[in-house]
Design a protein around this ligand. Structure first.
Ligand SMILES: *[C@@H]1O[C@H](CO)[C@@H](O)[C@H](O)[C@H]1NC(C)=O
Ligand SMILES: *[C@@H]1O[C@H](CO)[C@@H](O)[C@H](O)[C@H]1NC(C)=O
Length: 373
């Protein structure tokens, strides 16, 4: 993904530990909790309140598997209208993702109806709105808006958009993705044009387990991309590595995950690079009422659903995973999270708490007991 100009590569001394936690705090708690690690309990309390309103936030696979009748209501999903019937996964997966959709839908509605949450893009701050509009892609022929989230299959969606607008012959054309060209962003439209499209178009986005997305960004950017090593890596090492070598010899290519997390803790979520900015801040799911929020965990079937829903022609399919793609496995994630000092993790989770709670991902289990395995 190309580096973007909007982010602040540098230091922001005063901005530490605010962001989504701040948002959340102003929404749900009037207490005077200062430090983010201390905010977590109140967030959990809130989740319990939401849960007691009939919502099951922390769903477990086992529970879903034991259900056999899908509730026929709600979120616009159905089992019978796949464009290629039979091609896609078993009914069990469909049931699971339908229930997930329903829970996610109701959670978002409940949490976004809180008084202090934004209810329209015009009530966002100029910076928040700018970030959002720069992440929403427009297709006027098929009447949809797609909020792209880096590290959640966004290159593949951009390919699909380019095929739909005729800029690319097929999603499988073997070229390096240009993340700007031949794409229309909401940010380049006038307010009334934006208003019209938000009101009438089909709006969707995709989400992913927050820590998995972070790890994926870390491994890709600091492991492979020199411009990121230079821009962020050098800075991170200078700030957080004790007894580092002389400045001129810092290459920024060996940032550890713990150093990366320390850096995240000191960054303002609203000014982060888009690869690690919380999805909440990129796509503003309270200010924009998305019609569909797909999961990376059900990428194929959710993408197929969207393509069908927007009326994409049958030759347009969602690209297969690239052969060079290195997935973040459960084991890898477990390894990285468990090797992080507990204190860092306790401070990190609140920064991404809205991504966990709105999109209904359970918080990772990093008890010593669990990490021993
Ligand atoms: C939530 O459910 C409503 C009502 O069924 C539907 O119109 C909306 O598209 C759903 N939103 C999401 C994000 O699934
Ligand atoms: C975390 O994992 C441990 C060991 O696997 C388990 O005993 C504990 O109940 C888990 N805690 C949560 C909150 O899931």
């Amino acid at each position: 993904m190309a580096p973007r100009r909007q982010d602040s590569g540098g230091k922001r001394p005063g901005a530490a530990r605010s962001g989504s936690v701040m948002n959340f705090r102003t929404t749900v708690s009037s207490g005077s909790v200062r430090r983010s690690s201390a905010v977590l309990p109140s967030v959990l309390t809130f989740l319990v309140i939401v849960a007691s309103g009939g919502l099951l936030l922390m769903i477990e696979k086992g529970m879903l598997n034991s259900l056999d009748t899908p509730p026929p209501r709600g979120s616009g999903r159905r089992l019978d209208s796949m464009r290629q019937p039979g091609k896609h996964s078993s009914a069990a997966v469909d049931v699971e993702s339908q229930i997930l959709q329903e829970i996610r839908n109701r959670t978002i509605r409940t949490m976004c109806s809180q008084k202090n949450m934004p209810h329209s893009i015009w009530s966002l701050s100029p910076l928040q709105r700018k970030t959002l509009l720069q992440h929403v892609l427009v297709n006027d022929e098929y009447h949809f808006l797609y909020c792209y989230v880096p590290k959640v299959a966004c290159s593949n969606w951009k390919r699909v958009l380019k095929v739909l607008n005729g800029a690319l012959e097929s999603v499988d054309v073997n070229i390096k993705m240009d993340h700007r060209s031949d794409l229309l962003f909401l940010s380049s439209l006038k307010p009334e044009e934006i208003r019209y499209r938000l009101k009438h178009y089909f709006k969707f986005m995709f989400v992913r387990e927050p820590m998995e997305r972070l790890l994926s960004a870390y491994r890709n950017k600091f492991g492979e991309i020199e411009s990121y090593q230079k821009k962020y890596g050098v800075e991170i090492i200078k700030r957080y590595r004790k007894g580092r070598a002389k400045d001129s010899s810092v290459r920024g290519d060996d940032v550890t995950f713990a150093e990366f997390v320390r850096y995240l803790l000191d960054e303002d979520v609203e000014r982060m690079n888009e690869h690690w900015m919380p999805v909440y801040n990129l796509c503003q799911p309270c200010a924009v009422s998305y019609d569909f929020i797909g999961s990376y965990e059900h990428l194929e079937s959710d993408a197929e659903f969207v393509l069908q829903r927007i009326g994409a022609p049958p030759y347009v399919h969602f690209p297969e995973r690239q052969t060079w793609y290195k997935p973040v496995t459960t084991e890898t994630l477990h390894y990285y999270l468990c090797s992080l000092p507990q204190k860092l993790l306790r401070e990190l989770l609140p920064k991404y708490i809205l991504d966990f709670s709105l999109f209904t991902y359970p918080l990772p289990n990093t008890t010593t007991e669990h990490c021993r395995h």
